[in-house]
Design a protein around this ligand. Structure first.
Ligand code: F6P
Length: 328
């Protein structure tokens, strides 16, 4: 058991994701429930260095559970990567009598939190917030489920125009290093092919697969491409390749981009954020530090930050097989 904590801080860092507001609300209200003060830090680690803090009580987070983005704003801080920057941040926390910090973000944000703890012994707890779902130690990151629904909605709309014009669409979805979004929306959106960074399909197999689809009577096709896919240097080169090497295709490209990161969080993300916030605060109050809270077998569990950062979030191979069968 560490010393009794009287005041905690929460910040959001890195790329925003739907559900971050619900997580802030949960952290603030769990603090209020346990009669611990809570402080919101603006603009992630930037605000930590500048001492941009705001006291938050239970009522200050009303009406945000259904809002996308983050009311505390987010940033990727260069200064926090320096020892000098982290020293200033530590002083700000001590001056404000803050005893522990909840960081909502991705692996880059967790790396910062872990180094910060190793240097100053300051208690930290992570909540995984990123649409990419690329963090070890949780089956779902905050925002992943919402992003899937947003993307499926977009694919359905593109499918309407693709089939009206007998076109082939390459649709790029987010996922810098992993294909979780691509694989799931590909199945849910009925894609003919899904290109993900984990599996090098190769251009020849892509061509073969498109030819097979056409022979089987399909008049329009959708290929989902994760932004981190390695086949083409970018999605426009895939289009050029098909234009140059395949007869009779009318090809279009659609890059969905940052619309995938916005919007009201799904019910799943709101519940997940609420559960994770409770666990993060209560773990800090119990004297735990250097963990990330995550969903494992539908239970909210702790994973050491070091493991969450270094571990690989693996693609579900069964989904790959299902997608192959479904595109028959
Ligand atoms: O981390 C999530 C993510 O949306 C990635 O999929 C994407 O590559 C990246 O953020 C883009 O981030 P930004 O435009 O904020 O630099």
């Amino acid at each position: 058991m560490g010393k009794a904590m009287k005041k905690l801080a929460v910040l959001t860092s890195g790329g925003d994701s739907p559900g971050m507001n619900a997580a802030i609300r949960s952290v603030v209200r769990t603090c209020a429930y346990h009669e611990v003060e809570c402080v919101g830090v603006y603009r992630g680690y930037e605000g930590l260095i500048e001492g941009d803090f705001k006291a938050m009580d239970a009522r200050s987070v009303r009406g945000i559970i259904n809002k996308g983005g983050t009311i505390l704003k987010s940033a990727r801080s260069k200064e926090f990567r320096t020892e000098e920057g982290r020293k200033i941040a530590y002083k700000q926390l001590i001056d404000a009598h803050i005893d522990g910090l909840v960081v909502v973000g991705g692996d880059g944000s967790f790396t910062g939190a872990l180094i910060f703890n190793q240097e100053f012994g300051f208690p930290v707890m992570g909540i995984p917030g990123t649409i990419d779902n690329d963090i070890y130690g949780t089956s779902h990151t905050l925002g992943f489920d919402t992003a899937l629904n947003t993307v499926v909605d977009a694919i359905d709309k593109i499918r309407d125009t693709a089939s009206s014009h007998n076109r082939l669409f390459f649709i790029e979805v987010m996922g810098r290093d992993v294909g979780h979004i691509a694989l799931n929306v590909g199945i849910a959106g009925g894609a003919e092919e899904i290109l993900i960074p984990e599996e090098d399909l190769g251009l020849d197999r892509l061509v073969e697969s498109l030819n097979k689809s056409r022979k089987s009577g399909k008049t329009s096709s959708i290929v989902i491409v994760a932004e981190g896919d390695k086949i083409g240097k970018n999605i426009f080169e895939l289009k050029d390749y098909v234009d140059e090497n395949m007869e009779g295709y009318d090809v279009r490209v659609s890059v969905l981009g940052h619309m995938q990161r916005g919007g009201a969080p799904s019910c799943f993300d709101r519940v997940l954020a609420s559960r994770m916030g409770v666990k993060a605060v209560e773990s800090l109050l119990e004297g735990e530090t250097n963990y990330m809270v995550g969903l494992l077998d539908n239970k909210v569990e702790l994973t050491p930050l070091e493991k969450a950062i270094k571990g690989k979030s693996k693609i579900n191979l069964e989904l790959l097989r299902v997608s192959d069968i479904m595109s028959t």
